[in-house]
Design a protein around this ligand. Sequence first.
Ligand code: HEC
Ligand code: HEC
Ligand code: HEC
Ligand code: HEC
Length: 445
Amino acid sequence: MGSKIIVFLFLLAGFSFAQKASTEGDFKYSDFQKPKFCGAACHTDFYRQWEQSMMSQAYTHHWDEIEYFKLAVPHADRDPKVAEVKAGCNGCHAPIAFLAGDVPPPRPEENSRANESVSCDVCHSIAGYEGDTPYNFNYIMKPGRTKYSSRKGEITSPSHDIVKSELHSKGEFCGICHNEKSPYDVWVKSTHLEWKEGPYAAEGVQCQDCHMTKADTKSAAMGATYKDTKLHLFHGAHDPGKVKGTVELRIHPDIRGAEPGETVKFTVALFNQKTGHKFPTGSVEDRIVWLHVEATDASGKTFHLKVDPKGFDGEEYTIAAEVLAYQDMGVPLDDPNFEGVQRDGVPIGDRIFRMPYFTKDGIMTIQQWNTASLGVDYRIGPRETKVETFTFPVPFEAAPGKMKVKADLYYSKLVKPVADFLEVPAEESEPVLVNSHFTEVEIFD
Ligand code: HEC
Ligand code: HEC
Ligand code: HEC
Ligand code: HEC
């Protein structure tokens, strides 16, 4: 009898502690400390690291501004199904503007506090998240004197108290913003979910281990030195050094010598040795990774090799082709006859590692909020090796002698034709060479 009452009390307590995510209008801008305040005299290194990461630019970055103001806001105004994103984008990109109910926030050039983007006090006011799965900014915010962080610290700061939070050292913390469901209830961002079902989570390797690496240094100017101070690097797709070498390539031929007209089959193995999630991840609707194979004969003439199709469902989206897509941009741009732009912007016949997103009408889209279904997932998983083949009839014009065949893997943050069309600065679509490898075959007379 007594134990039943205790169980009942526990259930009651658990129930009353199940908290709701914070939402629009719950707080004022002034409830949150400015990052400059945290960084001025105490956390100087963390501040400079954060300032150079995308966290500090989530609202102000050119492509974010263009996508939000040129596409998302007008789309939300025209289509009730996606109306929620007018406020919702800011739940992750400008959390304090969202929480203050400032929708849409002033443009970046107006220098409002929305520009603080994902600030120190956003992350260090997160006390938990609603429900079992972190996604769609379901954070429970408790701004104030108490900061939530991974270490209580030996030295007490005069400006705040600290509550040790296990969540801050776990991938789930990142999932609050790095998992996203569209208004059509489709996972359009699932970096945390990909990680969770992959090898790294099973081994206890967290997001923080690769993006907030640990070093023997101080976490505050007048604080103690720790062996495992968590640097606030948050380096990802916008750091070419992070992207380079993510996938290793090896290419080999089936025969070492051939005459013009004979066929050589080249095999490329691609091993994802670096990411804890799929590659690409995150803004998968924008990102493009492609494998380009080219032969150079003894006289310097080059020949482009096209990938051999494997025959899986949806494969047409993974081989570069001359087709148009993204016609749904016509809705926010108020151009009902918009014919779209080139889908890939990479050499025809190259293999593309991607997952296409589709609208309810089956149009391939970069508007992740307008996504009603996902296509084939042909990205490279953590520690996965994919194999591609290239069957190549040696051209009659190939010069005799050594022919060099090179495989290059490229990555670009935003499909180039879309970037050019929306006038997104070139740095966003510039290809980064992830890796390359070459092999040789002898061309006989
Ligand atoms: C409050 C929301 C929020 C939380 C929590 C959060 N992020 Fe982010 N993160 C963002 C947003 C928004 C961006 C996109 C910035 C932009 O617009 O390019 C981002 C960008 C990044 C990038 C840069 C990606 C690139 O394109 O270069 C990395 C890396 C990253 N986050 C890692 C993490 C890790 C690791 C954690 C957990 C320790 C985390 N984030 C927690 C919102 C968040
Ligand atoms: C995207 C979220 C995010 C942002 C933005 C952020 N932090 Fe953190 N911070 C974390 C997480 C997560 C940890 C704990 C990491 C872990 O345990 O692996 C942490 C840890 C810390 C620690 C403790 C470090 C240690 O090793 O003891 C301090 C101090 C800190 N942050 C200060 C700051 C300051 C100052 C800023 C702004 C310049 C800032 N943080 C911005 C997420 C964030
Ligand atoms: C084993 C190391 C490792 C782990 C663990 C890891 N990442 Fe990454 N992450 C990388 C590397 C390397 C890249 C750069 C290549 C790329 O862009 O995918 C990257 C890229 C990213 C990007 C940019 C991706 C893009 O294409 O725009 C984001 C965002 C990110 N990581 C977030 C996370 C989050 C959140 C977690 C945990 C759920 C996590 N990472 C776990 C290594 C890791
Ligand atoms: C659940 C959190 C969340 C929501 C909601 C969200 N984003 Fe993001 N957004 C992110 C994260 C995290 C990244 C970084 C992913 C990566 O690097 O691959 C990102 C990346 C982006 C990027 C690419 C930035 C770059 O420089 O490559 C753009 C643009 C963007 N978001 C715009 C929007 C718009 C517009 C909306 C509303 C329709 C929106 N986001 C809603 C979390 C969110």
